[in-house]
Design a protein around this ligand. Structure first.
Ligand code: M6P
Ligand code: ZN
Length: 198
């Protein structure tokens, strides 16, 4: 092999993803975000408190990862599952993040359910792409991304991104997200954000 190795050398490996349950088997890292972790993110704060008073602290989403070294050259991969549901009339969603290394892209491949990936740039551009089983969404460098489940079953997708990308939540905490997904009058609406919430 030519060249100097500048990243951790690993033996090849493989993992199974249960395509029916859309779950990564033998995942080594399991992240769970519940309603209480989402305070400050939804437009209607009171609706989130009501939901917790009525339902306890329901899971909003989970991420299963089998981590590799967080180094340039490796690819991090995971499956994520966003539960169906709404806070007021706003669909359940992930916090959303930029990559710390903003030049790092990400690929999502839909495995189950349906929804959208909402995206924004620091200079005010916005975009959204539909997610469904068999559909791939490319999140280019520089775009913050948030996943929204607009269906009635868990929305599950596979993700892969440069392992040294890192997650930056702080900028969204400060800037907010410029659009939100609601169920209004029986229809999905993806509309500019007004008022509160990240
Ligand atoms: C996807 C990937 C993960 C991310 C997860 C949850 O699976 O982008 O890197 O952690 O969604 O999203 P967030 O980190 O924004 O809460
Ligand atoms: Zn990402």
């Amino acid at each position: 092999m030519k060249g100097r190795k500048t990243t951790t050398f690993l033996q090849p490996f493989s993992v199974s993803i249960d395509l029916e349950k859309a779950e990564m088997l033998q995942a080594k890292r399991h992240l769970v975000r519940k309603a209480s972790d989402m305070r400050g993110y939804y437009a209607d704060e009171a609706a989130l408190e009501r939901l917790m008073a009525e339902q306890g602290d329901p899971v909003h989403y989970e991420v299963f990862e089998t981590p590799v070294p967080e180094e340039h050259g490796h690819l991090m991969y995971c499956t994520s599952s966003v539960q169906p549901g709404r806070v007021g009339d706003e669909y359940f969603m992930t916090k959303g993040h930029y990559h710390e290394h903003t030049e790092a892209a990400e690929i999502y491949l839909g495995l189950r359910g349906e929804g959208y990936v909402l995206m924004k740039t620091a200079d005010g551009q916005t975009a959204f792409e539909r997610m469904a089983r068999g559909r791939m969404v490319y999140v280019p460098p520089y775009w913050a991304h948030r996943s929204v489940n607009t269906g009635s079953e868990p929305m599950v997708f596979f993700c892969v991104y440069p392992a040294d990308a890192g997650h930056n939540y702080g900028d969204i905490a400060q800037e907010g997200f410029p659009m939100r997904a609601f169920l209004r009058g029986g229809n999905l609406e993806i509309v500019p954000s007004t008022g509160k919430g990240r």
